[in-house]
Design a protein around this ligand. Structure first.
Ligand SMILES: Nc1ncnc2c1ncn2[C@@H]1O[C@H](COP(=O)(O)OP(=O)(O)OP(=O)(O)O)[C@@H](O)[C@H]1O
Ligand SMILES: [Mg+2]
Length: 465
């Protein structure tokens, strides 16, 4: 229940106001001086301070300042008598929520109090989210309360101290690079280099010399010796991004490096050995690539020592509220002189839960960043969302993004089946019996399918704390 601290030096006045406010369902505490009020604040949870302006020793302004020092967001309403209006203006400048002129009627007071309380409730909710973000549900810059993300934090914690090779698989924008960095920065190598190479960004010959370096005169244009990323990452971590794009001949070379722990620069003879921790990432399924003859199985097993599968955002909707709070905080600094954004309004929240998020966390971050530019303050409304995103919402039918272009009928059907199950679960508020009914199958049938697709419903429905 919300608690109001009433401060007035006139002995009976706080008691009268108490009765009025208790009638409205508030808890009240009373004090007859600023000092007494501060003592109470130290030991009690107060949601609003209602204070007289003119009091001997510590006046309302000084009390306001002291309150703001310890909790800048706690609302303070000043009660001022005729003749102290200039003081009221000063109080507003010093962060009072509002002032009310004595004498006032009860209804007016209740209106002011309710407004301030509503504001503070949002502040408190955000605080809870923030502290959840900062503690249990974060791992460095990685946020997530879903079981799948919590399991990934565990894996990172376990593998970071070792040098075992890690293979991170996940759709675009699921956080693969972030995971790679958090492994590095939680490892004993954190003060050594973290070197990233995007295997899809360069043509084969350029990539080879980029990775292994080249000797002077190795090819036209090689006017001096150049160290490759393997050498630059010595003692640190080498992150090979988009490993699925590596050409067959580079796959062979990489395999050799992993087996022999040594390589030569392009055009060189001397074997160079380095001490690196290798992390690879891919947004393709490497098993699929192997099946199609495009990726070497022996290389896969060398890389896949510790696999980390980052689930798409649509399979961990429980993370959306935390991620949203995180991104609002991240972009808050860019909104100077504009009222703060406090969260999502209900409609936007619902929309976010229903959406398919083909661009995953990166798409969510982008939408929040752009919505915050449009949002005048308070909650983000549908109108604040970027136009192209609203368009996407409308077109968000059954989505086959993330499916390989040549997927077989069975793969496609499985994908669609999984999608339908996820949607039914959401519609049924994760009550499995209802979801099964929506799908027209039995409860045990649904259960089997949940197992088959590794869908875990236990993490849904609870609160974000
Ligand atoms: N769990 C998370 N918590 C907080 N931020 C995240 C999380 N996952 C991703 N992000 C943010 O989303 C954006 C995309 O993440 P990242 O670049 O790591 O994705 P990726 O999987 O490497 O994508 P791509 O395959 O497109 O390269 C980044 O700005 C990152 O900070
Ligand atoms: Mg990436």
């Amino acid at each position: 229940m919300d608690t109001i601290l009433i401060v007035d030096d006139e002995k009976n006045y706080p008691l009268i106001l108490s009765a009025v406010l208790q009638e409205e369902g508030f808890e009240t505490l009373t004090a007859n001086s600023g000092q007494e009020a501060l003592a109470i604040l130290e030991h009690s949870d107060v949601d609003l301070v209602l204070t007289d302006m003119k009091m001997p020793k510590m006046d309302g302004i000084e009390l306001l300042e002291r309150v703001k020092d310890s909790d800048p967001e706690l609302p303070v309403i000043m009660m001022t008598a005729y003749g102290t209006v200039e003081k009221a203006v000063e109080a507003m400048q010093k962060g009072a929520y509002s002032y009310i002129l004595k004498p006032f009627d009860n209804e007016q007071l209740i209106l002011y109090v309710n407004k301030a309380m509503a504001m503070y409730r949002v502040v408190k909710e955000n605080r809870q989210l923030r502290s959840a973000v900062e503690s249990r549900y974060s791992f460095g810059n990685l946020i997530g309360k879903s079981k799948s993300m919590q399991a990934i934090f565990d894996t990172i914690r376990k593998v970071a101290p070792a040098t075992a090779t890690v293979l991170i698989e996940g759709e675009s924008g699921t956080g693969k690079e972030l995971v790679a960095k958090s492994i590095h920065f939680n490892s004993p190598r954190r003060n050594q280099p973290f070197v990233a190479v995007n295997c899809s960004a360069l043509a084969e010959s350029l990539l080879e010399s980029e990775l292994f370096g080249h000797e002077k005169g190795a090819f036209t244009g090689a006017i001096s010796m150049k160290k490759g990323r393997f050498e630059l990452a010595d003692q640190g971590t080498l992150f090979l991004d988009e490993i699925g794009e590596l050409s067959p001949s580079l796959q062979v070379k990489l395999l050799r490096v992993l087996q022999e722990k040594a390589f030569e620069r392009v055009g060189g003879m001397r074997p160079i050995s380095v001490n690196i921790r290798l992390i690879a990432a891919t947004n393709k399924s490497l098993r699929e690539e192997i099946r199609k003859g495009r990726f070497r199985e022996d290389l896969f097993y060398r890389l896949n020592v510790v696999p980390i599968m980052l689930p798409p955002l649509r399979e961990r909707l429980e993370d959306i509220r935390l991620l949203t709070a995180h991104f609002i905080q991240k972009y808050a600094a860019e909104r100077q002189g504009v009222p703060p954004v406090t969260g999502l309004d209900k409609e936007v929240e619902r929309t976010f839960f229903d959406y398919h998020w083909p661009g995953n966390v990166r798409e969510l971050e982008n939408v929040i960043e752009r919505a915050m530019v449009m949002c005048p303050g308070g909650t983000i409304k549908v109108d604040d969302l970027p136009k192209d995103f609203r368009q996407n919402l409308q077109n968000d039918g059954l989505n086959l993004d993330g499916m390989a272009a040549q997927a077989t009928l069975y793969e496609t059907l499985a994908h669609v089946e999984k999608e339908m199950i996820l949607r039914a679960l959401k519609k049924a508020d994760y009550v499995q019996a209802h979801a099964a009914a929506l799908l027209g199958i039995g409860k045990s049938g649904l259960n089997q399918k949940l197992k088959k697709y590794g869908i875990d419903v236990s993490g849904f429905m609870d609160n974000p704390e």
